[in-house]
Design a protein around this ligand. Sequence first.
Ligand SMILES: NC(=O)c1ccc[n+]([C@@H]2O[C@H](COP(=O)([O-])OP(=O)(O)OC[C@H]3O[C@@H](n4cnc5c(N)ncnc54)[C@H](O)[C@@H]3O)[C@@H](O)[C@H]2O)c1
Length: 384
Amino acid sequence: MSVPDDRPVGIGIVGYGLMGRVHAYAYRAIPVYYHGQPAPVRLVGVCDVDATRAKEGVTEAGFAFGTRRVEDLVAHDDIHVIDVCTPNRFHAEAVEAALRAGKHVYCEKPLAFDLPEARRLAQLAVRAGVTHQVVSEYRFFPAMLRARELIADNFAGRIFHVRGAYLHSGYVDPDRPLEWRLRREVIGGGVLMDLGPHLLDLMRWLAGNVESVCALTETFIRERRTPEDPTRRLPVEVEDAIIVLMRFTSGALGTAELSRVATGAEDELRLELHGSNGALGFNLMDPNWLLAYDRTAPPDRRGYTKLATVQYYPPPAAMPSPKFTLGWIRSHVHSQFSFLDAVVHHRSASPSFEDAVRVHELIEACYRSARERRWIGLDEMPEP
Ligand SMILES: NC(=O)c1ccc[n+]([C@@H]2O[C@H](COP(=O)([O-])OP(=O)(O)OC[C@H]3O[C@@H](n4cnc5c(N)ncnc54)[C@H](O)[C@@H]3O)[C@@H](O)[C@H]2O)c1
């Protein structure tokens, strides 16, 4: 669906919870951050099954209308982009409705509830000929953009090790109820479906495809109360933590550790990469810096350097000046800018739904490995 030159890009958001609010904020901020580029943006419609939330989208974020029905968004001629921010189980119905109506789609991670559904959505998106992007905002941190550039310039040389961890602690409290992120039938898995898409996408983006995985999962708190009735306890069917060994197609070795019970962690995404020429390191809790070690420097000059990546976004980013410190929401602003830029200029966006399918394949391979207690090759997950 082309956006006519004389009209703003119209946005419809499905799901106005945490991420619906973040995305709405980012769309409003884009014209200011990018000096009016890539086009004027208008928040047209917000849909939430909870009518109060849909109303909040109107009064707080400034959407023109709110609704409980996704059909009202996809039928609207002034909406060009459908942005999906519902819990995982409900992504597909909104994405499919949007694609049927020829809308461009920006969808929260993970793209789908499981691998077959992800494959189906990616095929539908390609057939619809629209621009599609899955959210992976950590790609849009200046430190990660710089890391990718350095790797492409052979700064690291041949990559030996890729070490990733994404650690949260929100589920250490045994009184935390069994909300949707802990219910398999809504989220599709545990921490691997929750934090995994972020880390796995980054690891693939920086170090290439994974050939095989060997994974170990654990659920430490095996029963939790339901949100509706504190006296009713149900078994927890998803993992709190997972550790994955990986072999990359390049021959590099990797590890990924994901946990929602890592006491002391807040939003701890760590990446370390070691190669024949150099090494890189990043910690999301210290996002203004990329650590870089140049092994080709004279021995007495070697050591990790803190590269100040701060807010060095490429033009047309115009605000704020790069020296100011970075926050998480800024990466959503750049991710959404990148998507809208692709929509306006009729380009494909990245990461696309096909990239999301590669991440779903990895997730599925990890779960199969943990279940069957053996290494699983990604070639054991052939397209149907
Ligand atoms: N990119 C990130 O950093 C990030 C962070 C958190 C969550 N997420 C992803 O964003 C998505 C939403 O998570 P959240 O934290 O915003 O959840 P949330 O529970 O805060 O909000 C979800 C909203 O969707 C609404 N909803 C549920 N089913 C719906 C349906 N069928 N149609 C319309 N509205 C519906 C709910 O009423 C709620 O308002 C998930 O897929 C999650 O994985 C991404």
